[in-house]
Design a binder for this molecule. Structure first.
Ligand code: SAH
Ligand code: SF4
Ligand code: F3S
Length: 438
């Protein structure tokens, strides 16, 4: 066998892209590639891209520009673009950046090895939505050891068509994987050292995969995962408020391994704007939902997403968003300035003045930051579980994630790596907690 070829892969966007990149590295392993950490020595460069906001999409072209010298120095270097920009722009990418050899959309990753073999001598593009089951043909190769926390995609795509969002176009219609496949992959991960699994889907709580008797919902899947020995924590993301069923809410109270953290994007607190966004929930229905979730699990940490400056948003609408944030009390939240995306309905509407939108974003972020800090400070004195994921920056320090997904630094021996321990939280800093092993 010859020298292994070197693959540099860079991942943008959401956790699903992180999961997909792992699958692509494994698939290209079959073509003789090993992953490397920098592009300089690579035989192939693959960008796994995100199209959600204009800034994310434009990054891809500036990144590609940076590889020009490498390609000149090494004409055999293969450059590929995967992910949601690949899906949205297809052949346009090669028209705009001719040194790109390969463009592959998210539904075609199982075809990547065959595409890679052809790339270089010809331009290779695949942005179809083929019938066959991508996940079945992208099975992880046995049995490399892994870190303690892993993603597992159970659902992909979206049928909701929020007026601002590209995901239904880039990821396609909602599809769920069969429960047996998910459980098999989970058991394999646990055998390889994984202690925490985060189930992924663009609308993960809309999961409806084939189960033992008829379709299973996400709650049933979580209960089945709860029975896997050696798996200690279960999380899921991202949820839609309209798919938060009673059984899933109840699981947050009853299922021991399901962690007290829920990412539940609302986008706006104004019913008028929510309607224009095609969200099909109201501020009031969202607040009532949060109440029911907190009744099931009082210490749950709620996280969310917000868009400010959506077309036609007025100061009154924005004030309603601030009011909703005040009522919920987020432990964590992400907020974005609205970015018009080609092909989505809202892109055609009258836009909010960018300076006005920026100023609103600033105000919202100040409120969210204060809430995040308060939620973190409230952990001081409490006992939590921490799953240790890496050595800390200080000597003798180890770092992990709490049940509530806070980063926690603890003085502890290196052996705790990959283990879950009880920790008493002793201090709260700007972005993390400090604690002591109990
Ligand atoms: N499926 C999830 C979120 C997917 S995208 C949901 O239903 O909420 C992640 C986040 O990006 C969204 O929650 C939204 O807040 C933000 N986003 C999506 N499209 C955007 C756009 N055009 N401009 C600004 N933010 C956007
Ligand atoms: Fe996008 Fe989420 Fe809306 Fe689907 S539900 S269109 S992924 S924001
Ligand atoms: Fe971005 Fe595609 Fe994820 S647009 S957020 S990488 S689904």
């Amino acid at each position: 066998m010859g020298e292994p070829k070197k693959l540099y892969i860079k991942t943008y966007g959401c956790q699903m892209n992180v999961y997909d990149s792992e699958r692509m590295v494994e698939a290209l392993g079959g073509n003789g590639y090993v992953e490397v950490a920098t592009p300089d020595e690579a035989d192939m460069i693959l960008l796994n891209t995100c199209h959600i906001r204009e800034k994310a999409a434009e990054k891809v072209y500036s990144e590609l520009g940076r590889f020009r010298d490498l390609k000149v120095a090494k004409p055999d270097l293969k450059i590929g673009v995967a992910g949601c920009v690949a899906q949205a722009e297809g052949a346009e990418i090669i028209a705009r950046q001719p040194m790109v050899d390969l463009v592959v959309g998210p539904q075609s990753y199982h075809r990547l090895p065959e595409m890679e073999a052809r790339a270089g001598s010809e331009k290779v593009i695949d942005t179809e939505f083929p019938e066959e089951d991508k996940f079945e043909r992208l099975k992880a190769r046995p049995k490399a050891k892994r870190g303690p926390s892993a993603f597992l995609t159970v659902q992909e795509g979206c049928d909701k068509f929020c007026a601002f969002c590209v995901v239904p176009y880039t990821r396609g219609a909602e599809v769920s994987r069969p429960a047996a496949r998910v459980l098999e992959e989970a058991r394999d991960l646990v055998e390889r050292g994984v202690r925490e699994i985060t189930l992924l889907g663009q609308n993960v709580n809309a999961y409806h995969g084939a189960g033992a008797e008829g379709d299973w919902g996400l709650a049933q899947l979580i209960w089945a995962l709860n029975d896997i020995d050696g798996l200690e924590r279960i999380r899921f993301t991202t949820s839609h408020p309209n798919d938060m069923g009673d059984d899933l809410i109840a699981a947050h109270g009853d299922c021991a391994k399901l962690m007290p953290y829920l990412h539940l994007p609302v986008q706006s607190g104004s019913d008028r704007i929510l309607k224009r966004m095609n969200r099909s929930h109201t501020a009031e229905s969202y607040l009532r939902l949060i109440e029911r979730i907190r009744a099931a699990r009082p210490d749950i940490l709620i996280s969310g997403d917000f868009i400010v400056g959506f077309p036609e948003e007025t100061e009154v609408d924005f004030q309603a968003t601030l009011d909703l944030v005040e009522s919920v009390g987020y432990g964590q939240a992400y907020s974005f300035k609205y970015s018009p995306r080609p092909g989505t309905p809202a892109a055609e509407r009258p836009q909010v003045d960018p300076a006005e939108a920026a100023e609103r974003l600033h105000r919202l972020q100040a409120l969210i930051t204060a809430q995040q800090r308060a939620a973190q400070d409230a952990m001081v004195g409490r006992e939590v579980g921490v799953l240790f994921e890496r050595a800390g920056r200080m000597p003798g320090q180890m770092t992990g994630k709490s049940d509530h997904l806070h980063a926690v630094h603890v003085q502890a021996p290196p052996e705790v790596l990959g283990q879950l321990h009880r920790v008493r939280i002793t201090a709260s800093g700007p972005n993390s907690l400090a604690g002591a092993l109990i």
